[in-house]
Design a protein around this ligand. Structure first.
Ligand SMILES: [Zn+2]
Length: 456
């Protein structure tokens, strides 16, 4: 089975691609002007930020950046497109021949280009009396199209691929939840020789469902000895089936011509100034390789929070990575929401020291967990529970010495006399306190009594 995807992503720019209308219109047809409606005489002007974002996405996807790039008019007639052509890129996409590493393989990226979104058609009214309403707020919003080669081999893999890609894009260009909900995918799938395209799928679940339906439909046809026709289909979200769409024009039918109102852009020289930040999953990959950390663990940490990952990196440079991961995945992850709020150098040091104390054997695991919990609740101070437990240790030691005062006399000549008390407390508290803590408390109490001459 071969699956290829065309991902359409709205870029989160402030203004539209070719005019200064806002991309966040309030109410239908409130953010429009002669340019995004394509009135005669209007002149498009390219939004530089949209171009930069497209270059960034292309570079992130390891694409070769075109030396020069320009726009074309894709001619078709439809009510969502009042000027009867869409400004898009045909011969000179921003990026070509890239690849995205996923599931231990590379999904090839054929092209990344920039275009304008058409308006949005909404059908209302009951069956038989439907009318179409058009909102042109969407008309002219920058849209990036990412086209993959048919390197995906199952519907679930397509879904995972999209989920990963969205995590990366969210970080790269700063997508909001609303932006993500508008991501549309066209998916082509071939079980046998001929491929079928499913248009305009919204959402990861629908992507998997649509492809699964189409895979089994094609399989059944092949089993029955029928031929699969090359066609375009729509996915019906409610019935969860694909149905034939209008017969698709071939690319030549669109009659692409050069857009004369826009220039030719020196994209590759511009690309040199565009920084590509490290994305979460790339970071996970790097940390996994650098510190030999298991991929799933590191992925979980990276997806929890970037500051938690920063903290992991800090710990890894000062302690064995497997210990750092255990603490980060465990008590730090579960408390991170609170710790993050008051995180500064001092608190970072205290958390790290707590873990170092466990490594040295100065305190027990559970003591360290309690301390981290306390940091989360109070930003650092001991909790009442904490100090109560500590005072109860002191009380216990005190009682024990009261019962065997001989120890105090012996201690003067032989410090090891304290071991008797230490042993007793350890037996009684059954690992609740670390040995170093018990030793410290016992010694302190004996010394205090000797100093104050408190015998009983
Ligand atoms: Zn406009």
């Amino acid at each position: 089975m071969k699956i290829g995807l065309e991902v359409h992503l709205q870029l989160p720019t402030v203004s539209k691609l070719f005019c200064s209308c806002s991309t966040s219109g309030n109410g239908p047809n409130t953010s429009i002007c002669p340019t995004c409606l394509g009135f005669p005489g209007s002149r498009p002007k390219l939004n530089r930020r949209a171009l930069e974002m497209t270059i960034m996405i292309s570079r992130f996807l390891d694409c070769r950046i075109s030396e020069r790039s320009w726009f074309s008019r894709k001619t078709y007639f439809y009510p969502d497109l009042p000027k009867n052509f869409q400004i898009t890129q045909y011969e000179s996409p921003i990026g070509v021949e890239g690849g995205y590493s996923f599931n231990g393989k590379i999904v090839r990226i054929t092209r990344v280009h920039l275009e304008e979104d058409p308006g949005k058609i909404k059908r209302v009214g009951k069956s038989g009396e439907e009318v179409s309403l058009i909102d042109y707020n969407r008309s002219g919003i920058p849209l990036v199209e990412i086209v993959t080669a048919p390197d995906i081999t199952s519907p679930s893999e397509a879904r995972e691929f999209m989920a990963d890609l969205l995590i990366e894009l969210r970080h790269l260009v700063g997508l909001s939840e609303r932006d993500e909900q508008t991501v549309r995918v066209d998916a082509n799938i071939s079980v046998g020789e001929e491929r079928v395209e499913i248009k305009n799928i919204l959402g990861l679940k629908n992507l998997e469902r649509g492809l699964s339906f189409e895979a089994s439909r094609q399989n059944k046809m092949l089993k029955a000895g029928r031929r699969i026709v090359r066609e375009t289909r729509n996915f019906d979200e409610e019935r969860r089936v694909t149905t034939p769409a209008r017969s698709k024009e071939s690319e030549e039918d669109y009659g692409y011509i050069l857009e004369p109102d826009l220039g030719v852009y020196q994209v590759s020289s511009m690309a040199k100034t565009v920084q590509v930040p490290e994305t979460p999953l790339k970071r996970a990959e790097r940390l996994s390789a650098e510190y030999g950390i298991d991929r799933n663990s590191i992925r979980q940490i990276v997806l929890t929070s970037s500051t938690l990952t920063d903290f992991l990196e800090r710990l890894c440079s000062n302690m064995p990575p497997e210990i750092a991961v255990t603490w980060v995945l465990g008590p730090l992850s579960s408390n991170w929401k609170y710790l993050e709020r008051s995180l500064n150098e001092d608190l970072s040091n205290r958390i790290e020291n707590t873990i170092q104390m466990v490594i040295r054997g100065d305190i027990t695991d559970s003591e360290a967990r309690m301390r981290i919990g306390a940091f989360a609740r109070g930003g650092g101070a001991e909790t009442t529970q904490d100090s109560k437990e500590r005072s109860s240790l002191a009380e216990l030691v005190s009682e024990c010495i009261d019962q065997t005062p001989q120890v105090l006399f012996d201690f003067n000549s032989n410090k090891r006399a304290a071991n008797f008390i230490i042993g007793q407390i350890m037996r009684e508290t059954k690992g609740k306190y670390s040995s170093s803590e018990i030793v410290e408390t016992v010694n302190k109490e004996i010394e205090r009594r000797l100093k104050d001459r408190v015998i009983i």
